[in-house]
Design a protein around this ligand. Sequence first.
Ligand SMILES: [Zn+2]
Length: 188
Amino acid sequence: MGIVQLFTLALSFILYLVDLGTDVYLAIQHYKNGDLLFFITTVAVIGLSTVLVNIYAIRVLKTIPWYLRAILFVSHLSMICLFVSEIRRCVKENHGNEAQCGSSRKHFSKCDCDGCRSRLKESVETSLNVSFVRSMETFIEAVPQWLLQVYIMIHQQSYPWYAVISVVLSFASLLFGVVSLEKITGCT
Ligand SMILES: [Zn+2]
């Protein structure tokens, strides 16, 4: 994994957080405007997709004890956890002695020993799993939210700045998810 992947990963993470933030903000605005039905549907989409996405995220976070997973499950923390651990892994695999093989002094991805080969296999697997979760997030969360908010704007004939920003961000998040999916299919 190089600096480009690290940058993409970080950007993908920021987009995920900002997209989630604007969705919540939008829900609050629907409530304030007295659009109870739109408030409920927006919250329902956020809530339902949170649970579904976190089921996938938790499956990837195998090393975490079950009681912690239970907490992560009902929140967005497992996605955040997944991103943070992936960014940390990415940094570790690019810098310093930890990425080097003990005997050959080569980067583990270029070394042919058994230890390095299994490390590379694990690294590729983890990276694919994270890409998979990211693309699942897109189709479970970003797409329905995008459709719902576009529908609401057209229905109300009103295009407030926060709704436009939310739609644009959901779309950007969606693009990143598609790129993630491409990474999966490209590697298999
Ligand atoms: Zn080696």
